[in-house]
Design a protein around this ligand. Structure first.
Ligand code: URA
Length: 238
């Protein structure tokens, strides 16, 4: 791919703006030598204003979503994309959230520009476990775990029952819930179905990957090991 297109696709500017960046000498190689738009060199050797280029497409990010941010590209309030450098919103292919968390839910959110990876994580048949920690308005009654595990809980306005989910009670109003689906407001609606109300909700793990020590609002690029922890290791070739 031509350098102008490659850099424009990473969101640094329109092709015209990127062409100007070359003219202004802002695009260099790792030795500081000014590059020209028709030069050919590996992406990892390109610098813009002395800084390495953002990762190429095939990017996956792990974010600790704070409460109050929406998983949307266009909404009036705070957006999860506001936590990333502004050019990340202009990348081609676009970065999408892997499923959504409600505005009032915090915790682990993945974003990727890799459609196949996104599908693999959210497809129900992949059975990727999402682990949520909840605090509740009322004490647990004691029969919620059995109901959630039954595979027969039908939420309002749904036509198929929920797949079995696992409840770990941590205290009278405190629990962890492991689900393999991602239905709309699923965890809040599951507890509502038991006559309770979720007060705080945080996603603490997806597959085997936890939030590490990312503070709310922080994010980092995922490694291959992170992705394997989410979807399981890729099958060995052959
Ligand atoms: N379940 C919910 O109710 N909300 C979320 O954000 C995620 C799961």
């Amino acid at each position: 791919m031509k350098l102008v297109k490659l850099i424009a696709n990473l969101g640094y500017g329109s092709r015209r703006e990127v062409a100007w960046m070359f003219r202004e000498g802002r695009v260099t190689d790792s030795d500081g030598d000014v590059l020209y738009a028709d030069d050919k060199l590996p992406q990892e050797r390109i610098r813009i204003d002395g800084e390495p280029l953002d990762p190429p497409s095939g990017l996956a990010l792990l974010m600790h979503k704070p409460v109050g941010y929406t998983c949307s590209r266009k909404d009036a309030g705070r957006l999860v994309y506001d936590l990333l450098p502004p050019r990340y919103r202009r990348r081609e292919p676009a970065l999408s959230t892997v499923g959504r968390l409600d505005r009032d839910t915090s915790g682990m959110l993945l974003l990727t520009d890799d459609g196949a990876l996104l599908h693999r994580i959210i497809a129900p048949k992949s059975h990727v476990t999402k682990l949520y920690e909840v605090t509740l308005a009322e004490d647990l009654k004691g029969d919620e775990g059995e109901l959630f595990a039954s595979g027969s809980l039908m939420l309002d306005s749904e036509t198929t029952p929920l797949a079995p989910a696992v409840l770990h009670v941590l205290g009278p109003r405190h629990a962890r819930l492991a689900v393999t689906e991602g239905r709309y407001h699923q965890v809040r609606r599951m507890f509502a179905a038991t006559g309770n109300r979720v007060e705080t909700l945080q996603r603490v793990a997806i597959g085997e990957l936890g939030l590490d020590d990312l503070a709310p609002g922080q994010w980092r690029a995922m490694t291959r090991e992170d992705i394997d922890k989410v979807i399981g290791p890729a099958a060995a070739p052959g």
